[in-house]
Design a protein around this ligand. Structure first.
Ligand code: F0G
Length: 488
């Protein structure tokens, strides 16, 4: 039977506009909402860093969609037929077939996760003095480019930094800036142009097909390669379908192939395509493939398993195919869009339009009484956890490094990211998120700042520890207990 596609929204007779789940629960995991007193203690034990919380203290885990998307019955069943072999596994052949179907690329290098692909690309192409133009950086990408002596040039268009916007493609690259950057630095110093699909740190914002075509023209003019970070490419293709003129009647599969055709090298984190592990680099260029493949056995594993269990290769192969299924890919963006619209009605500052991956609250505006050096996004994450049990992720100054003088590099955007992994949460859970955010917004002046007490030099947001600048967490918890009287 041919599958019909709904884009995750179906018209309701009563006029409601709500997303509709195109799946049913078959296996579930019980959740626990620990009392506010425990949450207060838990966030202190975690050094006010949501990465260091234990899930036994977390109600809704909105830290990330990485490795936390719900898996499909098809994926799980494929994991049982995995051909566990060190070399030449049939499962890898099936993975290659999926990549060919989805990205149109024949040469595939499996890796253990997205940043491992960045390591291999960084080691192969980036050297002292290299500059990498990108529509926006991702934390691990930046780290690998820097570690190899290169620099990232963020060539986003002005619209990207506007929190409130109706621009459908805030992830677009500014073409004039791109050409200027190549001329200024010399094409010989540009190892590749990096385009990131559904730009994570801009709030999951996509680029348009038209923009990618323009980037391709510039790349051709200067003989440069385009590297696509395709970790969230299904969602980017979905946004092209629903937002870009001329694509409304195209299948996601054909949109993805058109995008891929313009890119020389594609890499992705398998953890974002409904698998719990993995990733890959793929290309149609044998020269590229041959130059990269030598690093695989050094850093990952043999060419047909890439450092992960073969059953995860099967899961990725199936997950990739689901990336061209609209009923699957539309789920997260339609839930995010619902959240964004409801939060806007409440006057809560949120990145618009809704993007992929999660709902992004503008912590800079939410806590406009806090300077960026007191980490408003980090403070908002801690405050929100205390009053809701929901864990989000800091995407602001805490996620940046320091400069040579030891000063914070202030983030362009101070965001609290509430990830909406694919097919994990129900609409009533999303209503709970909105309700608690509403309470916090009304009591936002109670939230104070944070400072680091333990701080690694690179990627400090993962394991750094902080403390509050006053006893604001206790005061916030007391007010919450008083107002809501959370009965447990
Ligand atoms: N590129 C993008 C765009 C990503 O979002 C991520 C991971 C990576 C590369 C690295 O992949 O985690 O498999 O090594 N993003 C996660 C997140 C960590 O929560 O957004 P990885």
């Amino acid at each position: 039977m041919e599958k019909t596609s709904t884009n995750g929204t179906v018209k309701f007779f009563n006029g409601k506009q709500i997303p509709l789940e195109m799946h049913k629960a078959k296996v579930v995991q019980a959740l626990n909402l620990v009392p506010v007193e425990r949450r207060l203690a838990a966030i202190a034990e975690a050094g006010y860093n949501s990465f260091l919380l234990k899930t036994s203290d977390v109600f809704l885990d909105m830290l990330t969609d990485s490795g936390t998307n719900a898996q499909s019955d098809a994926q799980i069943s494929k994991m049982f037929i995995a051909d566990e072999a060190y070399a030449g596994s049939q499962s890898f052949t099936r993975f290659e077939q999926s990549i060919l179907q989805v990205f149109g690329k024949k040469l595939v290098l499996p890796v253990h996760q997205g940043r491992a692909a960045e390591n291999i690309l960084g080691k192969s192409y980036v050297k002292e003095g290299s500059v990498v133009p990108t529509n926006y950086h991702f934390t691990t990408t930046l780290a690998h480019i820097m570690l190899n002596g290169g620099k990232v040039l963020e060539l986003y268009a002005a619209e990207a930094m506007k929190v409130k916007s109706s621009h459908p493609f805030k992830g677009n690259m500014d073409i004039t800036k791109l050409e200027d950057a190549i001329k200024t630095n010399g094409p010989e110093n540009v190892p590749f142009i990096r385009m990131e699909a559904s730009t994570n740190l801009l709030g999951g914002q996509p680029f348009s097909m038209e923009n990618l075509k323009e980037v391709r023209k510039v790349a051709d003019k200067y003989g440069l390669k385009i590297v696509l970070d395709a970790s969230l490419v299904g969602e980017n293709a979905y946004f092209i379908k629903v937002r870009e003129k001329g694509y409304e009647n195209r299948s996601l599969g054909s949109i993805l192939l058109e995008m891929s055709d313009m890119c020389d090298i594609i890499y992705f984190s398998g953890r974002k395509v409904s698998s719990s592990r993995g990733g890959a680099i793929c290309t149609n260029n044998p020269e590229v493939f041959n130059s990269l493949k030598f690093l695989l056995p050094v850093y990952e594993g043999f060419l047909t398993y890439g450092g992960i269990p073969i059953k995860e290769i099967e899961s990725m192969a199936e997950g990739l195919k689901e990336t061209i299924d609209e009923n699957v890919v539309s789920q997260s963006p339609t839930f995010i869009n619902y959240m964004v619209q409801e939060l806007e009605k409440l006057g809560i500052p949120v990145i618009t339009p809704g993007g992929a991956l999660g709902c992004h609250i503008d912590a800079g505006q939410f806590l406009d009484h806090l300077p960026q050096t007191e980490y408003p996004a980090g403070a908002l994450i801690s405050a929100f956890y205390i009053i809701s049990g929901i864990r989000g992720m800091e995407r602001g100054t805490m996620s940046n490094n320091r400069d040579e003088k030891g000063n914070d590099i202030l983030a362009d955007l101070e965001l609290m990211r509430l990830a909406v992994p694919r097919r994990v949460f129900t609409l009533s859970q999303i209503e709970y998120v909105i309700d608690r955010l509403n309470w916090l917004y009304k009591n936002r002046k109670l939230v104070g700042g944070l400072r680091f007490i333990e701080e690694p030099v690179l990627l400090r947001f993962f394991i750094g520890r902080l403390e509050p600048l006053s006893d604001w967490p206790q005061k916030l918890a007391a007010k919450f207990r008083n107002d809501i009287g959370e009965s447990l």
